[in-house]
Design a protein around this ligand. Structure first.
Ligand SMILES: O=C[C@H](O)COP(=O)(O)O
Length: 250
């Protein structure tokens, strides 16, 4: 059985001290009494434990925004998958564009992170997406194909996988691809993913990049769009909840 749809995840990025984060988590718990879909938040690592505790008893999952591929060692500033789990996290984002492009992570390290996280039983949200230059040069599909084939080892557990398509140029910009474009790209991603992992037919495909309450319904109504990975708009509980409802969640 896969995750209940819609799958709507909020990436809080580097936002939120403890009090704000707990208030946001609490506000979501009040709304999500018995959610029909899958809701999750990815707070900063510093508050992951507190947020996970606040979400206990709800069906909202808490995850980390990254993990290191090694189990432990001299890796200053990093956290391992087992540390995420120890802090109460059950999921982790891997390969977000702000780490690929801002911190130079390549598909080889991302592949190792995916395996490390799944080795601890964490749900992996693998983020893929093309840059604006790649899009304009007609290289989108080639880039996405590489990210899927190189980022996912053949031994990846499809039951612990979510794929998030986030065009780099749509993140935090207010711009999104056309609905037709998103639908076409998600169909392509489904084919590539199943070609890579035959068991991935039911892996949720999320769209991310400037998802807001105003565009969420149209985007999540598209075939092969199973939910959304939301950045900025997930920092407001009412807005995040309305995105979830726009995707059919109750
Ligand atoms: O992980 C989330 C994405 O980077 C989307 O961010 P955004 O909704 O602020 O564009």
């Amino acid at each position: 059985m896969g995750l209940a749809r819609p799958v709507v995840f909020g990436n809080w990025k580097m936002h939120g001290l403890r009090a704000d984060s707990l208030a946001l988590a609490g506000s979501l718990v009040e709304r999500a009494v018995r959610p029909t879909g899958t809701l999750g938040v990815f707070p900063p690592a510093t508050v992951l434990r507190d947020v996970a505790r606040r979400l206990e008893g709800s069906r909202i999952l808490a995850g980390a925004q990254d993990c290191h591929p090694e189990a432990s060692g001299a890796f200053t500033g990093s956290i391992s998958a087992s540390m995420v789990k120890d802090a109460g996290g059950t999921a982790v984002l891997v390969g977000h564009s702000e780490r690929r492009h801002g911190l130079g992570e390549d598909d080889a390290v991302i592949r190792r992170k995916v395996l490390a996280a799944q080795g601890e039983g964490l749900l992996v949200v693998l983020c893929v997406g093309e840059t604006e230059a790649e899009w304009q040069a007609g290289e989108r599909e080639a880039r996405l194909r590489r990210q899927i084939h190189e980022g996912l080892a053949e031994t990846v557990d499809a039951a612990l996988l979510v794929l998030a398509y986030e065009p780099v140029w749509a993140i935090g910009t207010g711009r999104t691809p056309s609905l037709e474009d998103i639908a076409g790209t998600h169909a392509f991603l489904r084919r590539e993913l199943v070609g890579r992992l035959p068991a991935a037919q039911d892996v949720p495909l999320l769209y991310g990049g400037s998802v807001k309450p105003g565009n969420a319904a149209d985007i999540m109504a598209l075939p092969d769009v199973d939910g959304a990975l939301v950045g900025g708009a997930s920092l407001d509980a009412a807005g995040f909840w309305s995105i979830y409802q726009a995707g059919g969640g109750a």
